[in-house]
Design a protein around this ligand. Sequence first.
Ligand code: NDP
Length: 246
Amino acid sequence: MSKLNNKVALVTGGSRGIGAGIAKRLAADGANIAITYTKGAEAAQAVVKEIESTGRKAIAIQADAADAAAVKAAVEKTVATLGRLDVLVNNAGTAIPKTFEETTLEEMDRVIAINVRGVFVATQAALKHMKEGGRIITIGSCVGERMMTPGLVSYSATKGAVKMFTQGLSREVGGRGITVNNVQPGPIDTDLNPAAGDWAEPQVAATALKRYGHVDEVSALVSFVASPEASYITGANLTVDGGTNA
Ligand code: NDP
């Protein structure tokens, strides 16, 4: 029996990149999966099809993390369609790299709305359905703890916010047997942060392993945190950053 058999996981921003990797890995561990996306309906359907081909159920729901009503509706649809909710992975996130002084108020609002407010809204809605053994996992970033480059001030501030969100919430729901953890990737090769991009070189230089990470290296940690084996880990900030923050 796989470790997540009979469980349901909702992964926000699961059509590409780290979120798609997490969705497929949790399905391989036995879970039925809901993913959200904004624009990439085709990519989302491809993830659904790949999961369904393994015998698990999967649905894709269009829900911008900045739209509270859409996020709440996505949680409700997950439960209505798949019957329950055991694992929420708050993965949807964005960065608008530029210096702080050049960043507009609209850009700041957008980053906060997706990376912080969206996490709050999804988690509150999910907790209404979560039972003993539930898992809230947020994808923060190693820059939520330490900063090595200019140009990511708003982004790193939001990732610092979800770090403390995680620690605070763990104190409120621990009594119900629900764990709350923050997985903090370093440079992972995705559309958001391509290993072939202009910003790649200094990021590689900052790692101890001298390379980018792969989405599978993040999903492996998320898979463990989602599993029953991780039952005594909560309020933790777990880096998977190739030693960037070492
Ligand atoms: P990508 O941009 O490669 O993928 C983002 C995914 O989220 C897509 O499925 C996208 O779907 C979806 N998405 C984007 N905006 C929204 C939104 N407003 N609401 C709902 N879904 C949305 O990003 P990554 O995979 O690189 O990043 C995933 C998470 O990991 C983010 O929280 C990011 O901050 C974090 N992270 C990434 C690192 C990296 O190096 N890649 C390092 C540290 C943290 P669609 O195409 O439909 O918009």
